[in-house]
Design a protein around this ligand. Structure first.
Ligand code: RIB
Ligand code: CA
Length: 306
């Protein structure tokens, strides 16, 4: 597995799910600007790997979107991206190699691997532009991003990862990569941990259980202000559960033509899903329509050491 991430609150839980799973071999993690600036997403990825006792190489990638101005989400995740808990700096640094060339090299070196994207798609778009051959080498490309004809979380039309760098998202969705799209609508409501589940997670009383809840504390408050929820909604872990155990986690999916809007001020970053095949365009995405929420949550608990 290769993970591309804008490591902040929910990304950190997703990274731990992969790093702590006995059946997953994470060969590389590449970081990208998104939730917070690249320096912070890279530090957060290194810190999370350290908490998991992992020496997985981390490579810093793009520090800004392809064309639009970077507009991070520190308002949601905290200034440091991990809920401003005052965590210590990681004991190791990122690798010298930049994230884009690392993506290319690790994809070429691990044909058939699963690429999981948890942030804006800038690194993946740049890798595709430099090395179009990687399209045929990626086994699965699981994308946390977009919404399938549902409301967005950063504008009425768009989800943050696709909105942050809409041109990169448009390129990736049109690239031919075997995309499995886990939209924000899948990660909400019953997929979020309710109060009792949050208490049960805390009661595991493991360092990661506390980390999962504490680093998401700012995000939970922001989510409550944004949508009124008191659940702990975890978009990236939801996508990671699909990547790790698709056969049991995904209960319904469908294949459609999906295109990302990159120019319109109103709908920039919108994932336009042709659910009724009215365009007649060739299918390019498997859209996840429903998951087993209980199984997903059990995977989060397992990662916490439950
Ligand atoms: O819209 C949710 C996505 O945006 C998640 O990946 C979250 O970490 C943020 O990057
Ligand atoms: Ca993310």
């Amino acid at each position: 597995m290769i993970i591309d991430t804008d490591t902040a609150s929910d990304d950190a839980v997703a990274l731990a799910m992969a790093l702590n799973h006995p059946d997953v071999d994470v060969v590389a993690m590449t970081t990208v600007a998104g939730n917070c600036p690249l320096e912070d997403t890279t530090r957060n990825a290194l810190y999370t790997a350290e908490l998991c006792g992992s020496a997985v190489p981390v490579y810093a990638g793009a520090d800004r979107p392809l064309l639009v101005k970077a507009r991070e989400a520190t308002w949601f995740h905290g200034m440091d991206g991990l809920g401003d808990q005052g965590y210590p700096p990681p004991s190791r640094s990122a690798e010298e190699e930049d994230g884009v060339s690392a993506l290319i090299n690790h994809i070429r070196g691990n044909p058939g691997s699963t690429l999981v994207t948890l942030g804006p798609l800038t690194n993946v778009a740049l890798a595709l532009a430099q090395a179009p051959d990687i399209v045929g080498l990626v086994g699965r490309c699981v994308v946390m991003g977009g919404t399938a004809n549902k409301v967005g979380n950063v504008t009425p039309a768009a989800e943050f990862n696709l909105w942050f760098d809409p041109h990169a998202a448009r390129m990736v969705f049109a690239s031919g990569l075997p995309i499995e799209m886990v939209g924000w609508e899948i990660c909400r409501f019953e997929a979020g941990l309710d109060a009792a589940e949050q208490v049960a997670l805390r009661a595991l009383d493991t360092p990661l259980a506390h980390f999962f809840l504490d680093c998401n504390s700012t995000a939970m408050e922001a989510a409550h202000r944004q949508s009124g929820t008191r659940r702990l909604e975890l978009p990236d872990p939801t996508a990671m559960a699909v990547a790790i155990d698709k056969g049991r986690v995904v209960t319904r999916s469908s294949r459609h033509y999906v295109e990302v809007e990159a120019e319109s001020p109103l709908t920039r970053g919108m994932s336009v899903v042709d659910s009724l095949n009215v365009t007649g365009n060739p299918v390019n995405v498997e859209v996840v329509n429903a998951i087993d929420n209980d199984l997903f949550k059990q995977m989060v608990f397992d990662a916490a050491g439950g």
